[in-house]
Write a protein of this length. Sequence first.
Length: 213
Amino acid sequence: MNKTKRIEILTRLRDDNPKPTTELAFNSPFELLISVLLSAQATDVSVNKATAKLYPIADTPEKMLALGVDGIKEYIKTIGLFNTKAENVYKTCKLLIEKHHSQVPENREALEALPGVGRKTANVVLNTAFGWPTIAVDTHIFRVCNRTKFAPGKDVVEVEEKLLKVVPAEFKVDCHHWFILHGRYTCIARKPRCGSCIIEDLCEFKDKVYPED
């Protein structure tokens, strides 16, 4: 895909949604970190339902730690992999208190050193909480970038590296949100909604699907 097409795609997505953000509900960098940690292999909807009850009780590392692992499990047991996630949340809160004065570090290396926090989670936190021009690549973004040929790659790291190279600076902060929402609601996995896609004419996907198909 050429540069002109890419800029037009980003421009249309921006015009359609000028101020995109995550669909995870949060009120602080700490809540965002925990929500992203919980969202691995789970939907944002399921995470939001659980944290709507959890955060009024535990919205700081200290309060979360006071619940204990079993207490955390009670709040997140409706989320997939809740046993492992509860352990990671507990250990992460302990480290935040011991090493970061109970604050979420604005540092990739420090974030990725927290239990359950990988590159994607660190990217989301740096982007959404601190406004860094990082581009987290999940399954939705991976699919959109490969299907449209915007930034094809064999794995999420390769797609991320390509996006960082080809996305102009003015679009970098919001790019992650535009693509994830596009993949979640329009360029869906099984049957993309090409007929209602605002970038359909720019997309280089060969097997486009329309309502009559």
